[in-house]
Design a protein around this ligand. Sequence first.
Ligand code: HEC
Ligand code: HEC
Length: 309
Amino acid sequence: MDIPANNPLTREGIALGRKLFYDPILSADSSQSCASCHRQNWAFVDSSLRFSIGITGELGVRNAMPLFNLGWQDNFFWDGGAADLESQVLGPITNPLEMNEELSNVLLKLNRHPEYPALFRVAFALPDTAKVTIPLMMRAVAQFERTIISGDSRYDRWRRGQEQLNEQELRGLALFENPQKGDCNHCHVTGSTFSDFAFRNNGLNGAGQGDQGRYRITLLDSDRGKFKTPSLRNIELTAPYMHDGRFQTLEEVLEFYNSGVQDSPTLDPNLKHAAAGRMSAQDKADIVAFLKTLTDPSLLSNPDFSPPQ
Ligand code: HEC
Ligand code: HEC
């Protein structure tokens, strides 16, 4: 994991970040914390909601993303609008559809809080008179997020020789990697993180339709309709699927890749050349069975990731 030189993980910094992550103090009316939309028992997505509800009751426009193995990624949000984990933290706090708070108020609240000023001074080895700052708040939350690691699924245990996968699951893995069949591995790279996190258009919409994704950040036509390729770890737990949560089940996702991919100038070349109908009903069921081996129950129960006492 690449950890920024100015934000090494410390026990005190992680504990502070965890407290902030679970504290509604970061929202304008103290009703919503990060964990309101990123729930541990849902692999840190927002339950089964398609779009999250912000403090004003308004709906967001994209499906909440799961939070784990973030320390191995570079760009955050579906469109990569935040270049690092530290700067990502400001997005939800100031977003009117989410926590809807001003950073100046966050500073006031943290600095007059009975515990936070001392916790910040200890976590960042500051002198007694030092105040809480926004960059330090961002660093603490990012430290906690980097500790949320998921790597103990049945698939991982099988790779470590601790468990067997059944025949159907192994067939599913082979189909996942087979360029004539799933070819999923091409983007959701088999192994550690199950993605290379590159921005791609996987054909959800035709040219110019829908959310333009990465284009909104770069304004390059070549980025239209591209989104961060998500990890498929814990995918069984994080329905609905895609940036707009349009699919309810993994079966629907498989049918989409089999027959629903929409052509456009930025469609990924691998999907452009994939033959429609290449996966049989059995193939699709086998791939879904394989995907379910990527569920890591320890992520949901690890006490280090749950609300602090
Ligand atoms: C109202 C619901 C809501 C709240 C509150 C919220 N998030 Fe999110 N989070 C989302 C949604 C929705 C996305 C995807 C947004 C997008 O891509 O445009 C997201 C994306 C993220 C991502 C990007 C993950 C990735 O793989 O790129 C991170 C990290 C994250 N949130 C952390 C946080 C933190 C830290 C807080 C608290 C400071 C927080 N979120 C508060 C809904 C929420
Ligand atoms: C060309 C690259 C590419 C290939 C090949 C590909 N995917 Fe994807 N996949 C993506 C991208 C990009 C997204 C995010 C799209 C979006 O939301 O706009 C995605 C999203 C998903 C999601 C939703 C994840 C979530 O968190 O909502 C699932 C599930 C998925 N893919 C499974 C598969 C399976 C199974 C295969 C093989 C049959 C496959 N993908 C092949 C690039 C690819």
